[in-house]
Design a protein around this ligand. Structure first.
Ligand code: NAG
Ligand code: NAG
Ligand code: NAG
Ligand code: NAG
Length: 255
């Protein structure tokens, strides 16, 4: 993997951090994630992703949280399973179903969506909203008109689908609450972003949470850290007969 030097050192720092923290395991149920996992084993691909997510949020000005470790990587890749992931075109009802299916609630949905406060996304995920929303041959009516004009220049109708855009044009590399202040003024990038505030189903469910995070970065950071832990604890594989440590995180070993 051709990682940049800063990514390499951040990941290395994360692994180091994981090795020195105290030995505390999740209380309760069967096989567990731990904080001292790497005292006697090697980091696996899935844990490295979890650590890299934490470090990149922290280095970009966001909150920090303790990443529990010891997930094993899957022995299969499941295309159908990937269809359960949230999609940029999903409406609020579908997003809520996908999250609640994993015991994640509306606060988790809104907080984790705030990860779109930094990073880039390809034009192909916004062209429907710009030119042919729900097959109407019209733009998404919830999209702010000057933001739409800006995005139309960056993502022309027949332009390169893989061209990259900032998810948060106000502070593209900073982890802050601007994702929510953008949504408040109809400048969410993806349909799945704006739905959290503009869907009729958002009233009394996700819209008040968007309002709360738009008003309080502290509230957003606290919820984001907790929701990242909640998401990281979804059905982790810790039983060695059910998983493995991949040597290449894109491939099942031996494939
Ligand atoms: C995925 O879903 C399709 C359609 O429901 C089904 O035909 C196929 O067998 C599934 N594949 C796996 C690997 O489960
Ligand atoms: C809910 O999860 C199950 C299995 O974990 C999956 O088969 C189903 O498609 C999921 N439903 C949605 C709406 O994501
Ligand atoms: C949300 O999307 C699903 C799947 O496309 C659709 O069946 C449903 O009617 C939509 N719900 C609303 C409220 O638009
Ligand atoms: C707009 O979307 C609809 C439905 O997906 C499709 O049938 C139609 O061809 C699209 N129009 C254009 C101009 O791409």
């Amino acid at each position: 993997m051709a990682a940049s030097p800063s990514f390499r050192s951040a990941a290395a720092a994360g692994v180091l951090l994981a090795m020195v923290v105290a030995a505390v395991c999740l209380p309760g149920a069967a096989a567990q994630l731990c904080e001292d996992y790497y005292d006697d084993t090697c980091p696996d691909a899935y844990d490295i992703l979890a650590i890299a997510a934490e470090i990149s949020v922290e280095l970009s000005g966001g909150p920090s949280w303790g990443v529990l470790l010891g997930r094993l990587d899957g022995k299969t890749s499941d295309f159908n399973g990937s269809l359960d992931l949230p999609a940029p075109t999903d409406n609020l009802t579908v997003l809520q179903q996908k999250f609640s299916n994993l015991s994640l609630n509306d606060v988790d949905l809104v907080a984790l969506s705030g990860g779109h406060t930094f990073g880039r996304v390809q034009c192909q995920f916004v062209t429907d909203r710009l030119y042919n929303f729900s097959g109407t041959n019209m733009p998404d009516p919830t999209l702010d008109s000057s933001y739409r004009a800006f995005l139309s220049q960056r993502c022309p109708r027949n332009g390169a689908p893989a061209s990259l855009n900032d998810l948060d044009p106000t502070t593209p590399d900073t982890f802050d609450k601007n994702y929510y202040t953008n949504i408040e003024v109809n400048r969410g990038f993806l349909n799945s972003d704006q739905e959290l505030k503009s869907s009729p189903q958002a009233q009394g469910t996700t819209a008040p949470i968007v309002d709360q995070f738009a008003g309080s970065q502290d509230a957003f950071f606290a919820s984001f850290a907790q929701s990242m832990i909640n998401m990281g604890n979804i059905r982790p594989v810790t039983d060695p007969s059910q998983g493995e440590v991949r040597t290449n995180c894109r491939r099942v070993n031996g494939s």
